[in-house]
Every structure is written in C-alpha cells, then in structure tokens.
Design a protein around this ligand. Structure first.
Ligand code: ATP
Ligand code: MG
Length: 236
C-alpha cells in the first residue's frame, strides 16, 4: 500500500524519482527492524513530543514522500502540537511545492508555508537552502521526517532543535538531530500524535520524557536490534 501511494504521488508530480529510491533504502532498514514500532521508538517519540510541546515556534517540514504517505497525520500533528507546516524540498520546483501544498490543503491544512521562500538556510546550495522567514528560518524546533543529511546538519548548525523520523540509525540526519525516531513514517506519525496528546499540559511528564531519552544510546539499541535480527537469521 505504501508503494502504491508513492507511485501515485510520483505520477501526480508530488514525489520525485529520487524519493522512490530513498523509500527503498528505508524499506531495507524497516525489514531489519521487523517492520514494527519498537520500545526505543516509543521512547524517542515521547521525547520528540516533549521537545515539540516545549517549543515556542515549532515547524513541520514536509517533502513529497511524507505528503504522499501521511498527509492527514501531518495536518493533525500540526493541530495538536500548534506547529506550522512548511514545504521544504531538496529538489525544489514551484510546481511541486504547489502540488504538495494542495495535497495538504485537501487534507485540512489551513496555512502551509514554503511557496514564497524569503530566507535561506546558511551553508546549503541556493535552491536547497530556500525557506520561509516565518517558518523554518525562525523556528526553534523543526520536525524533519525523511530529511537529507546536509539539510539536517545545516539546521542543527543554525542552533535549532530538530526532531527526525528516519529508519536509518546510521544516517547523518539521525546523528545530527536532537531527537530521532527510528521508525517507518506512517507508524511514527500516529505514535507521535498520541505522545503529544498524552503529554499535553503535563510539565512533569514532559520533563521525564526528555530525561528518559538519550539519542546515542537509543540509536545504538536500535542498531543492535537490527544486527541481532540478522544474526538470528544466520543461526537458524
Ligand atoms: P543522510 O543524507 O542522512 O546521510 P541518506 O542520504 O541515506 O542519509 P536521504 O536519502 O538523504 O538519506 O534521506 C532519506 C532517509 O529517509 C533515509 O535514511 C531512509 O532510510 C529514510 N526513509 C525513507 N523512507 C522512509 C520511511 N517511509 N519512513 C522512515 N524513514 C524513511
Ligand atoms: Mg542524503
């Protein structure tokens, strides 16, 4: 079903061919993970929710793959976390930004940034660094599902907190982000929405969720799990 959604997104001009390749890479890690949400991913999800709830100006960065896979959940998360939505593309064209914007509006988004970028993320090549002053540029926390490593590193260098969703625990995105949820994006979004709803207006629980999470330990545990699944197979 996910592949069909991406192929449809590709046909509609929402997803680029590079996005299909990136999804295949993600599927491989998901296979090693057992295609399920792990305990580590739940811990990361709660920390991610806590960071979003503490944010003054949270922004959800949306690319073609994420818009094709879970548009409704993006809109719902923006509502519960009081976050703005910005289309942020690695392979940017006005046409594609506008198509993605339309997909989100069709699923209930009221205000989507990204069509008229008026700022730049320092350190990135011109088209890749374009963003909105009112959105990603001035955000204190940016949610970056399926982000490229260069952009994730550049956002971190700007002093922003980033929350990544990425199935590859070894990617530069995973290692550059404040919190990273290693899970498939269509499982990670509903879990993150639940975490935000659960922690909302509970300062103590928010603090505990952050305390309980250590990125590097979490990434190592996930990588170990993948490696164990592979070695269990060898020992069969
Ligand atoms: P990096 O640039 O961070 O070092 P990369 O070049 O391998 O890593 P990109 O193609 O830039 O990665 O970004 C896509 C990332 O998203 C990949 O790490 C891939 O594993 C992950 N990914 C792809 N599809 C999904 C999905 N459906 N859910 C979660 N993660 C995904
Ligand atoms: Mg990359």
């Amino acid at each position: 079903m996910l592949r069909e959604k991406l192929v449809e997104g590709f046909r509609n001009g929402v997803v680029v061919p590079q996005g299909l390749i990136a999804h295949g890479r993600g599927e491989m890690f998901d296979y090693l993970l057992g295609e399920r949400t792990t305990k580590e991913s739940r811990i990361a999800s709660r920390a991610a929710a806590a960071v979003l709830l503490r944010a003054k100006r949270p922004v959800i960065s949306v690319n073609g793959n994420v818009a094709a896979l879970c548009p409704r959940e993006i809109v719902r998360l923006a509502e519960v976390a009081h976050a703005r939505i910005e289309v942020g593309l690695f392979h940017r064209t006005d046409e594609r930004v506008s198509k993605i914007q339309n997909v989100l509006v069709e699923h209930g988004a009221k205000d989507v940034l990204g069509f008229l970028p008026d700022a730049k993320i320092p350190g990135l090549e011109h088209m890749r660094g374009l963003c909105s002053k009112d959105g990603i540029y001035s955000a204190d926390v940016v949610l970056i599902p399926l982000e490229d490593g260069d952009r994730a590193e550049a956002l971190a260098k700007m002093g922003k907190k980033t929350v990544a969703i990425d199935l590859n625990p070894m990617s530069r995105t995973s290692r550059a982000s404040t919190v990273v949820i290693v899970d498939e994006v269509t499982r990670a979004f509903p879990e993150l929405i639940r975490s935000v709803e659960d922690l909302q207006e509970d300062a103590k629980a928010i603090g505990e969720a952050i305390k309980k999470y250590d990125r590097d330990t979490n990434l190592k545990l996930v990588a170990k799990m993948m490696s164990k699944n592979l070695s269990d197979f060898l020992d069969r």
